[in-house]
Design a binder for this molecule. Structure first.
Ligand code: IPM
Ligand code: MG
Length: 360
């Protein structure tokens, strides 16, 4: 039976970049016999506009039925001032939570062709290959109580940063497994010098380490981790951390690679069902102009092939096709440097498809 992929273009540049990933998907069906069926649905601001909710019930129902979900991005200034529950970001948080997508994998890999696009010196980032494993359905994003209360002028806003041992253990085991298949080094990032929740996180990770003798576990405070990421990023192999620290550190790691426009992500449940999306946002400032970099979304499709569909060969082919396009010197404006050629969103997607065909 063919696997079902739900496509959620979202807002801003979302529809443009997802369209390029769909071209790649079509090529995989045509050239390589990939057996998948796709459906489309609304999420984010587009869904709020059309259906009055950022995650409409029919979208969630389709998402539950699907084997995997490919998403563009959500959000934009148009929805900044509406009621909190209707904001586009709420749709994304709600689908992560409803589907139990607790494990967010954010690889930061530097393509050698882009070493000069990084803000860091080429020798500091050359060969960079980090995997950030971010807990995605707990922590301060979802902790209760939360709210804003009190009289105007005296109001208090509050959120709760909470992790249970089972939650830490679940993400911890996945991170140890990933590290075991890579260079065998895992850095757990916390703020255990200040926060009780981090103290428990650290203890739980330390206990887990006994089950993974092949992996070397170290701990790092989050402020130091932010500094080390820009000082000497190659010291990291796999980083595991909570929801908010992971949100912040993954943007930082993304920029090491030259552009956040290159980085894919996977958000997985316990059975490798996943939602795949670029790490970057909806970039409303360039939406509709054909300038957005579709490569993060195309690489997210490669992660979908690898993790949910277990099509490692096709995933490798898509990644190789992206490498070839970069070798050819094609660059969207975000990664453009002297001596390379500026390409638009769809030209970039077409070039990846051509590279796939050529290697078929
Ligand atoms: C991300 C984004 C989201 C997050 C927003 C859009 C809710 O920044 O995926 O990193 O904070 O998780
Ligand atoms: Mg973020």
């Amino acid at each position: 039976m063919s696997k079902k992929i739900l496509i959620l273009p979202g807002d801003g540049v979302g529809p443009e970049i997802v369209a390029e990933a769909e071209k790649v998907l079509a090529a995989l069906r045509g050239d390589f016999g990939l057996d998948v069926a796709t459906e489309h649905a609304l999420i984010g601001g587009a869904a709020t506009d059309a259906k009055g909710a950022p995650l409409p019930a029919d979208t969630l129902a389709l998402a539950r039925e699907a084997d995997a979900i490919l998403m563009g991005a959500v959000g934009g200034p148009k929805w900044d001032d509406i009621e909190r529950e209707l904001r586009p970001e709420r749709g994304l948080l709600a689908i992560r939570s409803a589907l139990g997508l607790f494990a967010n994998l954010r690889p930061a890999i530097l393509y050698p062709q882009l070493a000069s696009a990084s803000a860091l010196k080429p020798e500091v980032v050359a060969g960079l290959d980090i995997m950030i494993v971010r807990e995605l359905t707990g922590g301060i994003y979802f902790g209760a109580p939360r709210g804003i209360e009190g009289e105007p002028g005296e109001r208090r806003g509050y959120n709760t940063l909470v992790y249970s041992e089972p939650e830490v253990e679940r993400i911890g085991r996945l991170a140890f497994d990933i590290a075991g298949k890579r260079d065998g080094r895992l850095t757990s990032v916390d703020k255990a010098n200040v926060l009780e929740v981090s103290e428990l996180w650290r203890e739980t990770m330390t206990t887990l380490a006994e089950d993974y003798p092949g992996v070397e576990l170290s701990h790092m405070y989050v402020d130091n981790a932010a500094m080390q990421l820009v000082r000497a990023p190659k010291q990291f192999d796999v980083v595991v951390t909570g929801n908010m620290f992971g949100d912040i550190l993954s943007d930082c790691a993304a920029m090491l690679t030259g552009s956040i426009g290159m980085l894919p992500s996977a958000s997985l449940d316990e059975r490798a069902k996943g939602l795949y999306e670029p790490v970057h946002g909806s970039a409303p400032d360039i939406a509709g102009q054909g300038k957005a970099n579709p490569l993060a979304t195309i690489l997210s499709l490669a992660m979908l092939l690898r993790y949910t569909l277990a099509e490692a060969d096709l995933a490798d082919r898509v990644q190789a096709a992206v490498g070839k396009v970069l070798d050819e010197g094609l660059r969207t404006p975000d990664i453009h440097t002297d001596g390379t050629r500026v390409a638009g969103t769809s030209e970039m997607g077409d070039a990846v498809v051509a590279a796939l065909h050529a290697a078929a």
